[in-house]
Design a protein around this ligand. Structure first.
Ligand code: SF4
Length: 554
């Protein structure tokens, strides 16, 4: 039996745990991962004191996925051959024809640095770590600086800005509860009352109560979450002292509209509050801070994917990223014009099936390396494998040792000592003051005074609804299982009035359509606004708050 002190890659909190597994090897000499694996709670973990959410508890299943083969053109080859072939082929493309993508979930800082060095070696500007779009909205310190979770517990006022911690960041909810027990005032700004938080939230400010006209416009004109957030933020700023000096908690993910992020930051500035952006990818802070420290600014991932679709980018290198699942809004047609695809990953994925070269790397718990969680805390991945870094170093031709790469990481991130209890990043590039965030976009000049969303208003188009996808850790990862079995059914919450208008009854199904695609889903009745449907499952990949057509399934 082997024991690993590792971290959960399910979200940016990075909860600590022990993974125990049999030391048996698989048929190809590859160590099996998920099989014979179990979890032990690591009570001394600085982030979560041993507690794990549903995603963390299912990590043995997460690690049970089929490992990726190392292959060229579908034929198994040695790692050396695959690396050589990848390097040779990458250099045959012009730099503007290549793109590199890495969603920093299981990618350690050391791997991110080696990955960025490869990008730099090929003088390529088409690279993304998933968050580049937001660089125009705020500086790195605000987006990726982090706030220790102890400060959530010590806060006198906590303001949740369209964030449901119980679903999106479950171990954060415990911190909020503790803040509440210490006397904090907890205010939720949302579309709907949070049933799970009864007795915890002192107040829920509903978007429709303060910007009802904009919410209704969303149904007919396709406005997005950013527009609502901007209007809500402006309305809240005038709310006197009650929100001043809060700790604002908001979500930052690749699907967040920039106006949403801008609105959250402006609200923080205007109310003299601190803001903590939660992220769904474990090492989003570390990888993005590294790119800033290396003076490398990538491009918006969706712009890059558009260039792929249009055939301007012909070669794609994906590091531990399943675009068909993780990236949001990507389908197979986006890859039709691609000439060459390299996938480096630990596990087989939907997109690795299309790859010309696949290179097998190690799962997170076997890796030697560090990550930086949403707090800015430096955590160790837990294993001793350096293979992923070495592969990237060989492809780029840099050929540094793992030790050299790690020293560079520490230099860039200002890490002097590796201890999860004491080590927080302090990169030189973000230590010197925060730039003022851009003011909330003032593009719509609508009224923001209170307006009622009446049943009549919702009836304008009974089958057009807003779907709010509360993105749980399962939303973002190329794996969705419940006790190891594939979950094919999704559930949405609907209001009693919508159920009546659709004439649906218990046991029946709904059909939800968006952008030419449709999906059958189960439903449950909940006390939510009549214009809204809420799901914690992934119904569509292209947005968090989207307009959909809904009807009773035939
Ligand atoms: S998904 Fe997030 S909250 Fe859940 S155990 Fe993993 S790191 Fe913790």
């Amino acid at each position: 039996m082997e024991a690993y002190s590792t971290i959960c890659p399910g979200c940016g909190l990075g909860c600590g745990l022990y993974l125990l597994r049999d030391s048996e090897k698989g048929e190809g000499g590859e160590r099996a991962t998920g099989k014979g694996m179990s979890i032990l709670h690591r009570k001394q973990s600085a982030v979560n004191a041993g507690k794990l959410c549903k995603f963390g508890m299912q990590l043995p299943h997460f690690y049970s996925r089929e490992r990726l083969r190392t292959a060229v053109g579908g034929k198994n080859v040695s790692e050396e051959e695959a690396v050589k072939e990848a390097r040779e082929r990458l250099t045959t493309f012009r730099r503007e024809e290549i793109a590199f993508l890495a969603m920093p979930s299981t990618v350690t800082n050391e791997e991110a640095l080696a990955f960025l060095s490869l990008v730099s070696e090929l003088e390529c500007e088409n690279f993304s770590l998933g968050f580049e779009r937001f660089f125009s909205v705020a500086d790195f310190g605000i987006l990726f600086g982090g706030v220790p979770l102890e400060e959530v517990e010590r806060a006198e006022k906590v303001l949740l800005f369209f964030l449901d911690p119980f679903v999106q960041y479950p171990l954060l909810a415990r911190r909020i509860l503790r803040a509440k027990q210490r006397g904090a005032r907890v205010v939720d700004v949302s579309f709907a009352e949070n049933e799970r938080a009864k007795g915890i939230y002192d107040e829920t400010i509903l978007a429709e109560e303060i910007v009802g006209d904009i919410v209704r416009d969303m149904l007919s004109e396709g406005e997005d979450l950013g527009d609502v957030a901007s209007a809500v933020a402006r309305a809240l700023v005038g709310g006197g002292e009650k929100l001043e000096n809060s700790l604002i908690l908001a979500d930052l993910n690749p699907l967040s509209p920039t106006d949403f992020i801008s609105a959250a930051i402006s609200l923080a500035e205007e109310t003299k509050s601190q803001i903590l952006f939660l992220k769904p990818f474990l090492n989003a802070n570390g990888a993005n801070l590294l790119s800033a420290a290396m003076n490398m600014r990538g491009r918006d991932i969706f712009e890059i994917l558009n260039d792929v679709k249009e055939g301007k980018i012909k070669c794609l290198f994906l590091l531990e990223t399943d675009l068909l699942y993780d990236g949001g809004g990507v389908d197979g047609t986006a890859l039709e014009n691609l000439e060459f695809l390299v996938v480096q990953d630990a596990f087989k994925s939907a997109i690795s099936e299309f790859a010309d070269i696949t290179i097998c790397s190690e799962p997170l718990f076997l890796k030697k390396g560090t990550v930086v969680n949403v707090e800015g805390r430096v955590l160790s991945a837990g294993g001793d494998a350096q293979r992923t870094v070495e592969i990237l170093e060989r492809i780029s031709g840099a050929e540094r040792t793992y030790k050299q790469v790690q020293e560079e990481v520490c230099k860039h991130l200002g890490i002097s000592k590796l201890s999860e209890y004491e080590s927080f990043v302090a990169p030189a590039s973000i230590a010197s003051g925060k730039k003022s965030a851009r003011k909330v976009a003032n593009k719509e000049k609508r009224r923001v005074e209170a307006a009622e969303t009446s049943e009549e208003g919702a009836r304008m188009d009974a089958l057009t609804q807003l779907l709010w996808q509360k993105t749980s850790p399962f939303f973002w990862h190329a794996w969705q299982t419940t006790r190891g079995t594939k979950r094919s059914e999704a559930i949405v919450e609907v209001s009693p009035s919508l159920a009546r208008r659709l004439n649906i009854f218990k046991g029946e199904m709904l059909e939800i359509r968006r952008g030419g695609e449709s999906r059958r889903v189960a439903f449950r009745i909940a006390e939510i606004p009549s214009y809204l449907m809420i799901s914690t499952d992934k119904i569509t990949k292209d947005g968090i708050l989207v307009r959909v057509e809904v009807e009773k399934a035939k």
